[in-house]
Design a protein. Structure first.
Length: 132
C-alpha cells in the first residue's frame, strides 16, 4: 500500500475557530481488506513537545480489483467461501461447547436415591413416634 500526503503534515490551530484538514492519496497494489490508521497529536507552538495525542482511529476498507483484472472474481469468490467457512466453523465450535457444557452439568447433577421396594419409610416413622 502506498500513502502520499497531499497536505502539510503540521497545521496551526490557534483558536477554537481554526480548522485543519489533512489529505492523503492512498493506493493499494492488490484487492482485499486494508487497515487505515491515523493518529492526531497536538504540539506546543512550533516545537516537538507533544501536548496531547489521540488514540489511533482505525478503519478497515475493502479494496476492489482493478477493472482490467479478468480473474478478480476468483479472488472475491475465495474470500467469500473462506469467510463462510470461518463463520460456520465458529458456529460449530460454539454449538459443540454448549452441548458439552449441558452434558457435563447433566452428569454432575446427583440423583436422589431410589427407595427400597415395599418400604417407603412411612411405617418406620409411625413406629418411632407413637406413644407407648
Amino acid at each position: 500500500m502506498r500513502c502520499t500526503p497531499l497536505s502539510s503534515e503540521r497545521q496551526n490551530v490557534i483558536s477554537k475557530k481554526d480548522t485543519a484538514t489533512w489529505l492523503w492519496e492512498v493506493s493499494a497494489e492488490k484487492a482485499g481488506t486494508v487497515t487505515l490508521s491515523v493518529t492526531v497529536t497536538a504540539y506546543y507552538e512550533d516545537t516537538d513537545t507533544g501536548l496531547f495525542e489521540q488514540q489511533p482511529a482505525t478503519a478497515h476498507v475493502e479494496v476492489a480489483a482493478r477493472p482490467g483484472d479478468r480473474f478478480a472474481w476468483v479472488n472475491q469468490a475465495w474470500r467469500w467461501i473462506s469467510g463462510a467457512i470461518t463463520s460456520l466453523g465458529g458456529l460449530a465450535v460454539s454449538v459443540t461447547a454448549a452441548i458439552s457444557l449441558a452434558v457435563l452439568v447433566a452428569r454432575r447433577t446427583p440423583r436422589a436415591p431410589d427407595p427400597e421396594p415395599g418400604n417407603d419409610g412411612a411405617d418406620a416413622d409411625a413406629d418411632t413416634n407413637s406413644p407407648s
